[in-house]
Design a binder for this molecule. Structure first.
Ligand code: MN
Ligand code: MN
Length: 256
């Protein structure tokens, strides 16, 4: 029997929720308890939530690629690439945008992705070639209205021209959740060109947004290929429309 990835990931998300929500917005949630495989600090909330993931997946023989501990080889044919809490700064600071991000690969092939948004309780899923869903209902990207685009744009101050070319900039601090918003038609694009995001942050979001009709490339317009890697960083341009993609890439290529 195939595992129900939907049930499994939802269960894990709910368990994490139970353990972390009492700490939401509290200083102790942000207590530094170590450093992760990428050399960033591990907050208490990251540790607690990752422990839930490991204790649930390891007995099932599922390999794990997670933000803090990196690759855990459990000798399985499936690998989960997980960000237990994407947006932990928001969590610690009491900003209600953060989520659980979970993607499953069979060998090197992505077969399932889900994102659970703790505060709204929305559960997003993507199944390659089978569509994207929010709480079980089909979702699609929207068609952008020219001049009215809403874009999440991370650039450390580079390419400021892009800011003037769209109507709304919304930088929410949890890229997994932002990709889910793109998928359900709440944002027109999610662009991060800081060479900062890792596959743990974006794997589920890419699967879900693609199934919802998004186009997702690197900063040179080449389709992003998800990699089972915890430390490698990448740029991402995820949009709901070919023309918007062209506009974003033109600005980035011109370098202003
Ligand atoms: Mn995280
Ligand atoms: Mn993250």
């Amino acid at each position: 029997m195939e595992t129900s990835w939907s049930e499994l990931s939802f269960d894990i998300a709910k368990e994490i929720e139970k353990q972390i929500m009492p700490l939401f917005g509290k200083e102790e949630a942000g207590k530094v308890v170590g450093t992760n495989v990428s050399g960033d600090v591990t907050d208490y909330v990251d540790r607690v939530s990752e422990n839930v993931v490991i204790s649930r997946l390891s007995p099932l023989g599922i390999n794990i690629i997670s933000e803090e501990k990196g690759f855990i080889d459990n000798g399985g044919e499936y690998t989960a690439i997980v960000d237990p809490v994407d947006g932990s700064y928001n969590f610690v600071s009491g900003i209600p945008v953060f989520g659980f991000s979970f993607a499953i690969f069979k060998g090197n092939r992505p077969i399932y992705g889900s994102i659970y948004e703790f505060i709204t309780g929305n559960f997003y899923e993507g199944i390659p070639d089978n569509g994207a869903f929010m709480n079980g209902e089909r979702i699609r990207v929207r068609k952008p209205e020219k001049g009215k685009e809403a874009l999440s744009f991370y650039s450390r101050g580079e390419f400021p021209e892009l800011v003037n070319k769209v109507k709304r900039i919304r930088v929410l601090g949890a890229i997994a959740v932002e990709l889910a918003y793109l998928a359900r038609g709440a944002l027109d694009g999610v662009v991060d060109v800081r060479n900062y995001v890792r596959y743990t942050d974006i794997a589920a979001g890419v699967i879900i947004a693609r199934e919802a009709g998004a186009i997702i490339t690197d900063d040179s317009g080449k389709e992003i290929k998800l990699r089972l890697n915890a430390t490698e960083k990448t740029n991402i341009v995820a949009v709901n429309d070919q023309e918007l993609l062209k506009m974003v890439l033109e600005v980035i290529e011109r370098g202003n």
